[in-house]
Design a protein around this ligand. Structure first.
Ligand SMILES: *Cc1c(COP(=O)(O)O)cnc(C)c1O
Length: 374
């Protein structure tokens, strides 16, 4: 059995250190908004290259609070992609705004900047580009459009901590960047967690107030907020793990390069493409294949933990049915949804395991072709 992700192997590397730090928090008696959250925020601002970060209790809340801080709400439209995790559009709905889905680029799986402008209306307030699978979006093109139309940009970096676009980390281009520390993310904690990156000081203060009941001064509640604090235990765990994230990302890139090599010459398997001048951290290694559903089933039967990210595009989800987007409204997204498959990818994956994955995938595709023609 080769899983898509393995947290146990990572724990073998960092467990002792994590247990020590967690015990320190437990003994300290300080569990909420203490020294670890503050230190984590400073350390990650330095790492990502922004003025401030604000720690929150999930990536979903990071997106939600970011939109609130930018005063996006009822009657507003926010442009994003339908080829993402549901939380991206959920955050737009949570503030009462309408998600407007734009089609993707078939090679990078990210929002296609050439299709953004035709989706802009007088109600458009923001764009949420998603750096899917760790692949940076074309930020120059997106920022130019935002500037031209006076739109805010919230980057969904939940899958892309450490990804670089032209030498700068994602999350530093738009008004706010949103990160998730869900356990399977490239920097994951042992529970839930999230973070916003921000350069503007006023916006940072607003994020801090929103995560804590709309309050800057205790028991003075200036606006409707929420409880979205990251706790000290998760912050302490993340401070340990953040020191390894570059090493882990570089290992992911090595695994991706090895998969590319193993699939070279297989015309049935389209391996991931990277934009020039980017550093992709391969949260997922996702290929396009024929007879995807049948091959996926065969891989599962053969003990390969391949997954579909994502099996249903967001415009076809029941929650978004009110948008009335029928079949064919996002042709590239819909086509990709039918042929993508993500293969086991984590820093501790061995070459031998990758070879088994590759061999099994190639033979399953061959088999699926012979059954398909009878
Ligand atoms: C994981 C993820 C989120 C949500 O993060 P949570 O911490 O699970 O709330 C949002 N967007 C994308 C693209 C993600 O991958």
């Amino acid at each position: 059995m080769i899983p898509i992700f393995n947290s146990k192997r990572q724990y073998d590397q960092i467990g002792a250190e994590v247990e020590q730090k967690v015990c320190e928090v437990l003994r300290s008696g300080c569990y909420i908004l203490g020294p670890n959250v503050k230190a984590l925020e400073e350390e990650l601002a330095k790492y990502i290259g922004c003025n401030y970060t604000v720690a929150l209790n999930s990536g979903t809340d990071a997106l939600h609070v970011a939109l609130r801080a930018l005063d996006i709400g009822a009657g507003d439209e926010v442009i994003t992609t339908a080829f993402t995790f549901v939380a991206t559009a959920e955050a737009i709905g949570m503030v009462g705004a309408k998600p407007v889905f734009v089609d993707i680029d078939p090679d990078t799986f990210n929002i296609d900047p050439s299709k953004i402008e035709e989706a802009i209306t007088p109600n458009t307030k923001a764009i949420i580009p998603v750096h899917l699978y760790g692949q940076p979006c074309d930020m120059d093109a997106i920022m130019a459009i935002a500037k031209r139309h006076n739109l805010k940009v919230v980057e969904d970096c939940c899958q892309a901590i450490g990804s670089l676009y032209k030498g700068k980390m994602v999350g530093t281009f738009g008004d706010i960047g949103c990160y998730s520390f869900y356990p399977t993310k490239n920097l994951g904690t042992m529970g839930d967690g999230g973070l916003c990156t921000v350069n503007d000081e006023k916006l940072k203060d607003r994020l801090i107030a929103l995560r804590n009941h709309g309050s800057m001064v205790r028991y003075h509640n200036d606006e409707l907020g929420l409880n979205s604090r990251l706790d000290e235990i998760q912050a302490a765990i993340l401070r340990v793990k953040a020191r390894y994230v570059d090493e882990w990302n570089s290992k992911r890139r090595q695994k991706a390069a090895y998969y590319n090599k193993l699939f070279a010459g297989c015309s049935d398997i389209q391996t991931p493409k990277e934009l020039d001048n980017t550093y992709c951290v391969y949260h997922q290694y996702t290929v396009k294949i024929p007879n995807r559903d049948e091959v996926h089933k065969m891989l599962t039967e053969n003990g390969i933990g391949a997954m579909l990210y994502y099996p249903i595009p967001l415009h076809f989800q029941k929650v978004n049915a009110w948008l009335g987007m029928g079949k064919g409204s996002l042709p590239v997204t819909e086509k990709n949804t039918e042929c993508v498959i993500s293969l086991p990818m984590f820093p501790e994956l061995t070459s031998e395991e990758q070879e088994i994955v590759a061999k099994t995938l190639i033979s399953c595709i061959e088999k699926s072709k012979s059954t398909a023609c009878c």
